[in-house]
Design a protein around this ligand. Structure first.
Ligand SMILES: NC(=O)c1ccc[n+]([C@@H]2O[C@H](COP(=O)([O-])OP(=O)(O)OC[C@H]3O[C@@H](n4cnc5c(N)ncnc54)[C@H](OP(=O)(O)O)[C@@H]3O)[C@@H](O)[C@H]2O)c1
Length: 191
């Protein structure tokens, strides 16, 4: 079974972006980029990888999944295939009908069914890039959380998980301080 990892930057008050999708307050300094390049290089956008000279084969993830709002941001920045170095880019949207790249798979089906099918297939891990709406929809299938916790309170914004009250327990198995950012890794507890 391929694990599903939700790896995302999050504020102290649990937001992954401001109310209008702002992420400019999140720390993107050289130390955290270096840390991600070393430990999770697949999660850097293709353009950033090219800029940094990273062209190694995926070791941890070969598939990314994301919500329509997260993908829309990439489209707005002119990145139709933001993670083109991965084997599969899966986007959940009921409204997008055009403007996406040919190597992006659009799904309007129930995300949990799609994720279960992906996890049951062959290959490396599956990375959930965001956002909180899709994370809430597939919470039952998330095996690992990697939280790039920012020393920042936003006050309001897009939550790490959106959706119904649905407690699920994870245990901390690693924590690293990378300049001002704390990178925390959690695994889902059994049962
Ligand atoms: N901090 C970070 O590291 C990080 C990482 C990623 C994203 N973000 C931020 O997160 C924000 C977006 O997150 P979000 O939680 O608002 O949205 P999201 O999860 O990215 O996307 C929500 C969208 O997914 C689609 N969707 C939802 N349920 C669906 C279903 N059952 N079937 C098919 N499609 C479905 C809909 O798209 P349609 O409306 O197109 O149908 C919905 O509007 C952005 O502002 C981005 O900046 C931050």
């Amino acid at each position: 079974m391929r694990p599903l990892t939700y790896l995302v930057a999050v504020s102290q008050d649990g937001f992954i972006a401001g109310p209008d999708g702002q992420t400019d307050e999140f720390e993107q300094g050289p130390a955290i980029i270096e840390h991600i390049a070393e430990h999770f290089p697949e999660t850097l956008p293709t353009a950033a990888r090219q800029h940094l000279g990273i062209d190694d084969k995926p070791r941890r993830f070969d598939t990314v999944i994301m919500g329509g709002s997260t993908y829309q941001l990439a489209l707005d920045q002119g990145a139709k295939s933001p993670y083109g170095h991965l084997d599969r880019q899966v986007v959940f949207s009921r409204h997008l009908t055009s403007g996406f790249a040919r190597d992006v798979e659009l799904h309007s089906d129930n995300p949990i069914d799609v994720v279960r099918e992906l996890k049951a297939g062959d290959g490396l891990g599956v990375w959930l890039c965001g956002g909180g709406v899709i994370a809430g929809a597939v919470l039952d299938e998330i095996d690992e959380l990697v939280l790039k916790r920012q020393p920042l309170v936003l006050g309001s914004g897009r939550p790490l998980f959106a959706g119904r009250y649905h407690p699920r327990r994870f245990e901390l198995h690693d924590r690293q301080q990378v300049d001002a950012v704390t990178v925390e890794r959690y695994r889902r507890t059994a049962g």
